[in-house]
Design a protein around this ligand. Structure first.
Ligand code: ATP
Ligand code: MG
Length: 446
């Protein structure tokens, strides 16, 4: 019987055809984070379920509806729905917060949420995220936002707006919750069932509800910014001042409350209107209480998560440049076994020099080999047959121009190839620089 195996709903394959897009985002993300002093951290894909209950928050959609919890024998784990909880857990467990502060880490991870799959909303998705722990200064908020902005700019994304808000600290939020409860109680019957529950436990979540009815009611709800205590208010004012100083455009949007419970003070989102409802490409904020909540000493911290699939949807749509996929530098077309062996030897040497060399392992005829070399976009080809071996020299053909140069088949072959190759690359670099393309001479490798 034929087996019909398909990937699960809400997951995606990235095939070699598209991998250079991921490499572009990952490479530029790493480089940008490192220029801001962040180092990579790697943590497990699953954690004890408790960690997420205690950090993301029991009344959030993520915990209530979206977690993938796995039972294995007697133990229970949850596939991470987001990055912060696990990374803070790791910082605590590895004593990182006893070292020089601020601690700054970034990560590129898969996350798992049981949501209704649609464009830009997957069950397994990927985030570039980072966390900075130790600074309570609004300069840290500005720094983290500036990093996200720098990355989006370097990826050449356009038409993305930055929204910022402050959701206060537990002390000013108590007053605000009271005001929200009063406001929503008046129209409690109209709220969705989930929001009815939220009214008591976490009324701010109602502002984040996706139901149109709740959204409509929430339009006139009290605004948190009117309830901020002096400390939170000063923090927010300073952040705005720093962002202005950094030439970062922003809009204050009091509707942004974020979907996770641990946020305090600053929250922010980078949003595009170009890909419909799934337009938030980056979300983050400050979470000054989380580390203490997880058993550490009080340590202010903040971070963000950027959805890589969403970034790529926007980049595709805006025809952004990607790093060019690596292509074959030299293809050996061979006739006969002796030529094949020679090609093997030369290829090994070229690969030691870092070149991408290839020869026929399909048993194709010469014509078919050349067709194949064309198809894979080989920069150079060389034909090795009896004549070439006997004479100890062959013709190296530059495929784009058709130009041929004679090359000796001896120990100096790799060096001679390198010289010709570099000349060609310098030529095309000049040409591309004149065209002003940022990724002119990158080949997808470091
Ligand atoms: P949304 O409001 O779109 O559901 P969120 O507030 O749940 O987003 P966060 O938890 O802040 O998202 O995650 C950070 C980023 O990760 C989001 O801004 C988005 O780019 C991406 N993201 C979140 N959930 C998904 C998903 N199911 N599929 C793809 N990307 C996602
Ligand atoms: Mg969500």
């Amino acid at each position: 019987m034929a087996v019909n195996i398909k990937r699960p709903n809400g997951t995606e394959d990235v095939t070699p055809k598209d991998i250079h897009k991921w490499h572009t985002v990952e490479k530029i993300a790493r480089e940008t984070a490192e220029t801001f002093g962040f180092s990579e951290i790697r943590v497990p894909t699953f954690e004890n379920t408790d960690l997420f209950l205690r950090s993301v928050g029991e009344t959030t959609d993520v915990v209530q509806k979206e977690m993938y919890t796995v039972k294995a024998k007697e133990t229970e784990f949850t596939l991470r729905p987001e990055g912060t909880a696990g990374v803070i857990r790791a910082m605590l467990q590895n004593g990182m917060l006893n070292e020089a502060l601020p601690q700054r880490v970034y990560y590129i991870i898969s996350c798992f949420r049981h949501e209704r799959p649609q464009a830009g909303r997957l069950r397994e998705f990927h985030q570039f995220g980072l966390e900075m722990a130790g600074s309570q200064s609004p300069a840290a908020d500005a720094e983290v936002i500036s990093l996200a902005k720098t990355l989006l700019d370097r990826l050449e994304l356009k038409n993305i707006e930055l929204y910022i808000n402050s959701i206060g600290c537990p002390s000013c939020r108590a007053e605000y919750h009271k005001a929200l409860r009063e406001f929503f109680s008046a129209r409690k019957d109209e709220l969705c069932d989930t929001c009815k529950e939220r009214l008591e436990k976490n009324p701010m979540r109602i502002l984040d509800c996706k139901s149109p009815v709740c959204q409509d009611i929430a339009k006139n709800a009290p605004v948190i910014l009117d309830y901020l205590c002096e400390d939170c208010s000063t923090h927010f004012e300073k952040l705005k001042k720093y962002l202005t100083k950094l030439n970062i455009d922003f809009k204050v949007n009091p509707k942004i409350v974020r979907g996770l419970d641990y946020y305090t003070k600053t929250v922010f989102e980078f949003v595009t209107t170009e890909i419909g409802a799934q337009g938030t490409v980056c979300g983050g904020g400050r979470y000054d209480g989380l580390i203490e909540q997880l058993g550490g000493q009080h340590t202010p911290a903040l971070g963000f998560g950027m959805g890589i699939e969403r970034l790529l949807i926007v980049m595709d749509k805006q025809n952004c440049d990607y790093l060019k996929p690596r292509k074959c530098d030299l293809y050996f077309a061979t006739m006969g076994d002796e030529a094949l062996e020679e090609a093997m030897e030369f290829s090994s040497k070229l690969r030691e020099f870092g070149y991408f060399a290839e020869y026929d392992i399909m048993g194709r005829g010469l014509k078919a080999q050349m067709k194949y070399a064309n198809k894979i976009g080989a920069a150079f080809t060389i034909v090795l047959g009896e004549n070439e071996l006997n004479e100890g020299k062959a013709k190296l053909k530059e495929m784009e121009s058709g130009e041929e140069s004679e090359i000796r088949l001896n120990d100096k072959f790799p060096a001679a190839f390198e010289e010709i190759y570099m000349n060609k690359m310098l030529g095309s670099l000049e040409e591309e620089t004149n065209n002003g393309s940022l990724f002119a001479f990158t080949d997808g490798t470091d």
